[in-house]
Structure formats: C-alpha cells, structure tokens
Design a protein around this ligand. Structure first.
Ligand code: HEC
Length: 369
C-alpha cells in the first residue's frame, strides 16, 4: 500500500513539476481562451491547439493568428495516410520536425509522450468516416515488392529486364517506367504504367514504348489501428510494346496479385506474390514472389531507410539490397537505389541497378510560408 501510494505521489509530483515548469508557456498560449486549466485531451485541444486548428480540427478559425492555414483534419483522404508517428513528431518538434511550417510550435518541453499520443488519438477522431486504412500501415515503398497500401503517387523506375533469352534489349539499353497511382474511395487504387526505351540502333539512337500496364488494387484487410494490411489486385499488360524490336510480350497478360505488410518491432515486412497469365498460351506463365525487410534510421519523414528484398521468378532468385531517402523535409519526394544480384539464375549473371523516384502528389513538398 505504502509503495503504491508513493508511486502515485511521485508520478503526480512529476507531472506537477512538468506543468509547473511550463505552465507559463502554455498559459500564454491559452491567454485568448482563459477559463480553468484543462484536464482532458479535448479540453487541452480547445485551450492549446484550437486557436490555430479550430475546435473541430478543420483549421478554419474566425480570426487566424498565423499565415499558414493548417491542413483540415476532418478530411479523411488527406489525414488517414499519415502515420501516427509523423503527427507525434510534429507535436513534439513543431512543424520543422516534419518539414512543415515553423508556425506549428513544438510541445516537446511541455507535454509528456502519453499526452502527445493522446492528442494524436484525439485528432484521429476528426475523421468521422469508418473503414479508411490506417496510415500506420503506409510503409516505405520497396523497389520491386508491390506495396499493399493504396497510394496517390507518381513514380519513375528503371526497367529491369529479367529476360533469359537474348533479345535486342541488351544490358546497355535504357528503359524507364512512368507509373501513376491514384486512390479510389477508401480502399481501392488504380495504376497506369508506361515503359519507355531508348537504345543504340545501328548508328543512331531509337526509342519505343513497351507494354502498357493497368492495375486495380483493393485493401481487403486493413486494420484501423495496428500496422497490418492485405491487398488484392489485378494487373493487365497490353501488347502495345514494339515486339519486333524486342519490347513486350506480344500478348495480353493478366496478373492477379496479393500484397501484404506489417511491422515486426521496428522492422517493416512486406510481401507480394503474383502469377502472370498470358492470354496467348504459347507464352509461358510466370510465378513471382517478393519479400522485403527494412527499417528507418530515424523518425524524420525524410529519413534514410535501409532494406533488402528477395525477388523470385519461377525457379530464379535475386537479392536486392537497397537504400531509400526522403528528398524533401516532408518526405513527399523520395528516391530509392538498389542492386539486384542474381542468386539462382540460368542466364547471364549480371547485377542490375534498380530504384525509383517517387512523388506523393497530395502531400506538401515543403513548408508553406
Ligand atoms: C500557433 C498556431 C498553432 C498551434 C497553437 C498549434 N498548431 Fe499544429 N499546426 C499549425 C500549422 C500552421 C500547421 C501546418 C504547418 C504546415 O502545413 O506547414 C500545424 C500542423 C500540425 C500537425 C501536422 C499535421 C500534418 O500536416 O502532418 C499536427 C499533428 C499538429 N499541428 C498538432 C497540433 C497540436 C496537437 C496542437 C496543440 C497541442 C497544435 N498543433 C497547436 C499551427 C498550430
């Protein structure tokens, strides 16, 4: 009993001293609100956050005291893809901690970790619609493994040709796929990808497009709290490639796939499997599977992320170590670079450079002023 009493007292006085030290600061911020000292998170929100973010989280206040209007937290489309960790960091370190405006103050010195996660939880409540997948399962995109979380993204990727037969597309050819991904509603996404090639043709350079790919993806299982997600999808590649030059398969190929992601401790684990079913039965079926494991080196949205993939196609296997970096403070622009190393391969043993440049086009690129 005594011990228990002591602990309670201790933590009470710890909290007191925390507030004691910082009360003037928060009281200052609170001056326009007045009234008794807030105790619940909702009251604290009204007292310390609402003058900029509004009571309802919309950011629309009658008399703004700042020049940057904060994002509308009631807009589920924009808020749900954000991981809790990014919001917690914004509250602790202020806008600059996540590449946003310094008009968002940092509360690291005046709030406990528990209070900060209390705020994040409170803010999650501003989105009133159910069934939006939690941004906690919005993991960094691996290079080859399909991501399960539906995205609003534009990507550029070098083409990796795992062709086992020699074709006119040699290792020195340059290929690039442009991919556009767009969310539909709460759980679905469509995707369009067009490969471009440019290569030496006799004495000049020639270019061509490859097989156009269209895909839909649906997050069938997405926890709204834990970082766990499973998506199903169907991709179709159309024979738009100039086959006689060696680009494309010359037939429509249907590719049903499954993609999943979770976290194990601090590690991201993502997996992806698909079957390539060509309409032309003379073209071989292919079974592909990819597994990614990786982790961030810091909590900043522009962190370095280190990872490695295993990429299997039929009986062949590659290992792809990779590194990813957010290029702007918000991480809305990111690049990844890796090397695909054949482990079990019946063709020529070449290591290919792989990677991407990615732009999350609904995220702010950098802080507004
Ligand atoms: C002085 C005004 C002000 C106060 C007070 C304030 N904020 Fe903010 N906050 C902002 C602005 C402005 C932004 C957006 C910055 C941007 O988009 O560049 C922001 C952004 C945020 C973000 C990041 C959202 C995102 O876009 O990722 C979170 C989380 C947040 N605020 C939480 C809080 C909490 C919790 C409180 C109270 C404890 C609070 N804010 C108090 C002005 C304020």
């Amino acid at each position: 009993m005594l011990v228990l009493g002591q602990t309670v007292n201790q933590s009470a006085s710890a909290a007191e001293s925390r507030y004691g030290a910082t009360a003037p600061k928060l009281a200052e911020q609170q001056s326009s609100v007045g009234g008794p000292t807030p105790t619940t998170v909702a009251e604290m929100w009204s007292a310390w956050c609402a003058r900029c973010h509004a009571d309802d989280g919309s950011g629309k206040v009658k008399e703004p005291t700042i020049t940057v209007e904060p994002m509308d937290f009631t807009e589920c489309k924009v808020t749900t893809p954000e991981p809790d960790a990014d919001w917690a960091r914004a509250i602790a370190k202020g806008g600059p901690g996540v590449g946003l405006s310094p008009e968002m103050p940092g509360f690291e010195d005046s709030l406990t970790r528990e209070q900060i996660s209390g705020f994040v939880k409170h803010m999650r409540g501003f989105c009133k619609e159910a069934r939006w997948p939690s941004g906690n399962a919005n993991f960094p995109r691996p290079i080859i493994t399909e991501k399960a979380f539906p995205e609003n993204e534009f990507l550029l990727l070098p083409v990796v040709s795992h062709a086992t037969e020699p074709s006119s597309a040699s290792a020195t050819d340059v290929g690039l796929v442009a991919v556009y991904e767009r969310r539909i509603g709460r759980r679905a996404m469509y995707e369009v990808g067009i490969p471009f090639y440019n290569w030496d043709f006799q004495t000049s350079r020639a270019s061509a497009i490859g097989d156009l790919a269209v895909a839909i993806k649906y997050a069938a299982y997405a926890s709204t709290t834990t970082p766990r997600i499973v998506s199903f999808g169907l991709e179709a590649t159309l024979p738009t490639g100039e086959l006689y030059k060696g680009f494309g398969k010359g037939t429509v190929v249907f590719e049903p796939f499954i993609a999943a992601g979770t976290m194990v401790g601090d590690w991201y684990v993502q997996a992806h499997g698909k079957v390539e079913l060509p309409v032309d039965t003379l073209v071989d079926r292919a079974y592909l599977y990819n597994v990614y494991v990786g982790r961030d080196t810091s909590a900043a949205p522009n962190t370095w992320t280190l990872g490695v993939e295993l990429n299997g196609e039929n009986r062949e296997l590659w290992v792809t170590p990779q590194i990813r970096k957010g290029l702007t403070g918000t991480g809305a622009l990111a690049a990844s670079l890796g090397a695909s190393i054949p482990v079990k391969y019946r063709g020529e043993r070449v290591v290919s450079w792989v990677g991407y440049l990615l732009w999350e086009f609904l995220e702010p690129l950098r802080a507004r002023r």
